[in-house]
Design a protein around this ligand. Structure first.
Ligand code: SF4
Length: 394
C-alpha cells in the first residue's frame, strides 16, 4: 500500500553536501542529511543493530551520524534503492552518495548485558533492549486492540511476540535487574517504557508506571513511560506519585479522518481527550516532560497537523514529529515513507513554535523526545537557531 504524504511543499535543494558544507563540518548539512536519510532510508552494505517490531511505528537501523543519534529505515523497498549507502570502514562506517563520502557513522556495539540471563533463565535481551543509549522495553507485549478491527495499522506490538524475540509480560523486578546491568555495563542514560493498551480505566498506565518506578529505584535512571490517555485522569497523578520523570501520551495524528483510519480506538477516545490528558500531565510532570508522537506520511492534512502541534506546544506538550517507519508484519508494512520536502516543511514550522515557546529536547528528562534519534525536529530547531548559511541558502 502506498499512502499519500499530502501535497509536496517546496524547500531549497540541498542535496549536495560537498566541501565545507559537508555534514562533518556544517551542522546545517548534517540536519539536511538526517532529514533526507529518514525519508529515503539507508542501503546497507554491512550489518548494524536494528530495532524490529514493538509498539508504534518502529522498524529501523540505529546509528550515530557524526555523533548525532539517528534511526533510519533500512529494510523498506525505498531503503533498498536509497541513494545513500552505509559501508564498513577500518573504524566504524561511512555514509556515501554517488561514490562520495558524506559523513562518518558508528553503530551500537552489541550490549554486554545481552549475554546475561535472569535467575529464572530468561535472557536479558528478551526483557529490554538498548536503543542507542536508551534502555527500552514494551512491558506488556499484548494490546486489547491487536488482531481486531481496532488495531493501529502502523503498529507491530504482536509481531515481536509471535517471533519469540520477547516475553508477554515483564515484571518490575526483571526490568530493575536489567536496568542496573544496562547502566553499569553499557552506559544506558535513561529508560523508555511502553505498553500495549488495556480496556481498564487506566489503559495500562498503572502497570507501566510500576515498572518505571522499579527501574528508577534500582538504577537511578530517569524514566519515561508511555500509555494511552486514562479514562480517569487521576491515574496520571498516580503515575507522577511513582517518581516517573516524563510521559508519552501519543495521539499519532491530528487529522481526525486519518486517525479514524489508522487508529480507530484512539479516534474514539478523541483528540480533545488527548488535550485534557496532556493538560493534566503537564500539571504533574512539567512543561516539556509530556510528549506525543505525531506521525507524518499517513495521508494527513499538513495544516491540521501543524495547527495541532501548535496547540499542543502552547500547553507545554512536546510534539515528537516522526516520519512513518513501516514495520514488517504490520498493516502498513508496504507504506512508502514521506518525502524529505514534506517532512522538513512541517519540522520547520513545529520547530519555530517550540523555539518561541521555549521547548527544547535538552529540557526533556527521558524517553523518545530526549533521545531524538527517530525525528529530525531537534536538528532542524538547532539549525534554525544557528541562522542562514553565509552567502545564502538554508
Ligand atoms: S494502542 Fe495501537 S499503537 Fe499502542 S500497542 Fe495497541 S495497537 Fe499498538
Amino acid at each position: 500500500m502506498t499512502v499519500s504524504s499530502g501535497p509536496e511543499l517546496a524547500v531549497g535543494d540541498t542535496a549536495g553536501h560537498t566541501g565545507s558544507f559537508s555534514p562533518a563540518h556544517d551542522p546545517r548539512a548534517l540536519a539536511e542529511l538526517i532529514v533526507d536519510l529518514q525519508s529515503a532510508g539507508l542501503r546497507l552494505e554491512t550489518e548494524i543493530e536494528r530495532r524490529r517490531g514493538g509498539a508504534g511505528p518502529s522498524d529501523s537501523g540505529m546509528l550515530w551520524v557524526e555523533g548525532t543519534a539517528v534511526t533510519v529505515p533500512t529494510e523498506t523497498d525505498a531503503a533498498r534503492t536509497s541513494p545513500y549507502v552505509l559501508r564498513a570502514e577500518d573504524e566504524g562506517y561511512g555514509i556515501y552518495r554517488d561514490g562520495e563520502r558524506l559523513a562518518s557513522a558508528s553503530g551500537a556495539e552489541r550490549p554486554r548485558f545481552y549475554d546475561m540471563t535472569t535467575s529464572d533463565g530468561i535472557p536479558y535481551w528478551k526483557i529490554a533492549l538498548m536503543h542507542l543509549d536508551s534502555l527500552a522495553s514494551t512491558v506488556v507485549q499484548t494490546c486489547a486492540y491487536w488482531g481486531k478491527s481496532d488495531q493501529c495499522t502502523f503498529c507491530g506490538i504482536g509481531v515481536s511476540l509471535d517471533s519469540g524475540r520477547t516475553i508477554v509480560k515483564k515484571t518490575p523486578a526483571q526490568l530493575a535487574e536489567v536496568a542496573v546491568a544496562a547502566k553499569t555495563l553499557d552506559g544506558a542514560v535513561d529508560a523508555t517504557l511502553t505498553t500495549g493498551s488495556s480496556l481498564g480505566v487506566d489503559r495500562g498506565a498503572r502497570y507501566v508506571a510500576r515498572c518505571g518506578n522499579a527501574i528508577k529505584e534500582a538504577s537511578g535512571l530517569p524514566v519515561e513511560v508511555q500509555f494511552e490517555p486514562p479514562l480517569d485522569l487521576d491515574v496520571i497523578n498516580e503515575v507522577g506519585d511513582l517518581g516517573i520523570d516524563s510521559v508519552g501520551i501519543h495521539v499519532e495524528s491530528f487529522d481526525p479522518k486519518v486517525l479514524g483510519e489508522v487508529a480507530p480506538a484512539k479516534a474514539r477516545t478523541g483528540i480533545e481527550h488527548y488535550f485534557r490528558a496532556w493538560e493534566r500531565a503537564v500539571s504533574v510532570f512539567g512543561e516539556g516532560q509530556v510528549s506525543s508522537y505525531v506521525i507524518l506520511g499517513m495521508g494527513e492534512d499538513p495544516d491540521l497537523t501543524i495547527e495541532g502541534c501548535r496547540r499542543a506546544i502552547d500547553i507545554g506538550v512536546y510534539p515528537f514529529v516522526v516520519p512513518i517507519r513501516p514495520v514488517a508484519g504490520s498493516l502498513m508494512e508496504d507504506v512508502t515513507p514521506p518525502s524529505r520536502q514534506y517532512t522538513e516543511r512541517i519540522y520547520r514550522r513545529v520547530a519555530a513554535y517550540m523555539t518561541a515557546r521555549g521547548l527544547k529536547a535538552t529540557g526533556v528528562a527521558a524517553g523518545c523526545a530526549r533521545c531524538q534519534a527517530c525525528s529530525a525536529v531537534n536538528a532542524i530547531q538547532n539549525l534554525m537557531q544557528i541562522g542562514p548559511r553565509p552567502g545564502g541558502g538554508s
